[in-house]
Design a protein around this ligand. Structure first.
Ligand code: RTP
Ligand code: MG
Length: 135
């Protein structure tokens, strides 16, 4: 089994709902270790840069507007198969389609306000972790 790192963001909706601790408990319960963490308010430039891969998508402006709408909690998580373990904890992008018991099913309201971000691959995770944290 590979020890991986992944980048997690608790988005403004979930921070506003005061469920950071409940989400952290799920990470810890799944064997993911929080190896770096920072609460911050993203600037538009930071949010646009972070989601640059989605720049041409119709939802890009809504996504950036949402990500700068309030503070976010950003963390790097480490553990066996961390990328996939974290994606499984998150559930599907659209909370209406997310499995019961996932973070998005339990805490998210819509495909825009969907509680959490998680890297989708190990190489993307390395880039995303470096975007927010120094070595
Ligand atoms: P994330 O990057 O935030 O972890 O989410 P994801 O991988 O599950 O979804 P992704 O395709 O990377 O999309 C990034 C975020 O954009 C919003 N989105 N809106 N209206 C739409 O069709 C739509 N599709 C995606 C979501 O908030 C999603 O988390
Ligand atoms: Mg994504």
């Amino acid at each position: 089994m590979a020890i991986e790192r992944t980048l997690s963001i608790i988005k403004p909706d979930a921070v506003a709902k005061n469920v950071i601790g409940q989400i952290y408990s799920r990470f810890e319960g799944a064997g993911l270790k929080i190896v770096a963490a920072r609460m911050t308010q993203l600037s538009r430039e930071q949010a646009e840069g972070f989601y640059a891969a989605h720049k041409e998508r119709g939802f890009f402006k809504d996504l950036v507007d949402f990500m700068v709408s309030g503070p976010v909690m950003i963390q790097a998580l480490e553990g066996e198969n961390a990328v996939a373990v974290h994606r499984d904890l998150m559930g599907a992008t659209d909370p209406k389609k997310a499995d019961k018991g996932t973070i998005r099913a339990d805490f998210a309201d819509s495909i825009d306000a969907n509680a959490v971000h998680g890297s989708d691959a190990v190489d993307a995770a390395a880039i995303e972790i470096a975007y927010f944290f120094s070595k």
